[in-house]
Design a protein around this ligand. Structure first.
Ligand code: AMP
Ligand code: MG
Length: 276
């Protein structure tokens, strides 16, 4: 089965995170056995992104959502780093500014959506407005509970403008998160990433799982599907995402645009006749 189907949350179904083992790596024994495949999909990713850029008909929006240490930065580095930076951009969503809060929650998101030919990766996204906002009761329930439909309508609008949307939840276990926090403490190059608040947030783990399950269940649509990626093993997470993006781009049957110049004429005039 291709990965596009294997990890997709079927629209209308209920996502059950507890049923998916974050440490699983189906189809591969270990990192070593996957190296060739990882290489293959990274190469393909680059070719297909060039094609997307050249064709300039579609754009691609990749949403990455995860709890802290889930691997959003890692995916951006490893998978999307394989692409040509000229056609690629990352937008990160932090706590909204006063100006952003004075607008509707999609205002800051729509502004950074991809243009034709472009790939944009969201490091966190508009889904925070039904995740952290719900868990910490930052707005009343009547407000956040309306947002699932608003998100679906917004994404439909982007798709109508030929934006392809793929949404990934990087699924890590509680134990793996603690292990990664510890590694951050021990690594001077990563200490800046950690705060006491990150540890305190672990008390809300079950609330986050419930919020993720509802967001994924209600907003996995045919036009903008959610994928749940087992992410305790970084190599598997990177491979799965690269492969899903490749499979999706391949299914779009893109073509390089036909030249607008007369190639034969140019060949005759400037190469055969050596006029210059
Ligand atoms: P990080 O991605 O680890 O640098 O942290 C960004 C922080 O911003 C996270 O704690 C998010 O939960 C928070 N954040 C992102 N979007 C929102 C939002 N719409 N409302 C409140 N907090 C947010
Ligand atoms: Mg953080």
């Amino acid at each position: 089965m291709n990965y596009l189907h294997r990890f997709k949350v079927v629209p209308g179904s209920k996502a059950k995170l507890w049923k998916i083992d974050p440490s699983s790596h189906p189809g591969h024994k270990n990192h070593k056995s996957a190296l060739e495949e990882i290489d293959h999909y990274q190469q393909k990713l680059r070719e297909l992104q060039e094609l997307l850029c050249a064709e300039r008909k579609h754009s691609l929006l990749i949403c990455l959502q995860a709890l802290d240490t889930g691997g959003k930065d890692g995916v951006i580095n490893h998978v999307l780093g394989a692409m040509n930076p000229q056609g690629c951009r990352v937008a990160a969503f932090k706590e909204p500014s006063a100006e952003e809060l004075a607008h509707d929650f999609l205002w800051r998101v729509h502004k950074v959506a991809p243009a034709n030919g472009e790939v944009v990766i969201f490091n966190r996204s508009h889904y925070e407005d039904v995740l952290v906002v719900r868990v910490h009761k930052l707005v009343p329930k009547e407000v956040w509970s309306r947002r699932y439909d608003q998100i679906n309508a917004f994404e439909k609008e982007l798709v109508a403008h030929d934006t392809q949307i793929l949404k990934f939840y990087l699924h890590i276990s509680r134990d793996e998160q603690l292990k990664r926090f510890k590694q951050r403490l021990d690594d001077p190059a990563k200490q800046w990433k950690i705060s006491e608040a990150d540890y305190k947030e672990r008390a809300f783990w079950d609330d986050y799982m419930a919020a993720y399950e509802e967001a994924i269940s209600r907003c996995s649509t045919e036009y903008a599907p959610w994928f749940i990626i087992p992410a305790d093993h970084k190599w598997f997470r990177d491979l799965a995402i690269a492969r899903i993006v490749v499979e999706h781009l391949e299914s779009m049957k893109m073509k390089y645009p036909k030249p607008t110049i007369d190639i034969d004429h140019i060949r005759r005039e400037y190469h055969a006749a050596k006029r210059i």
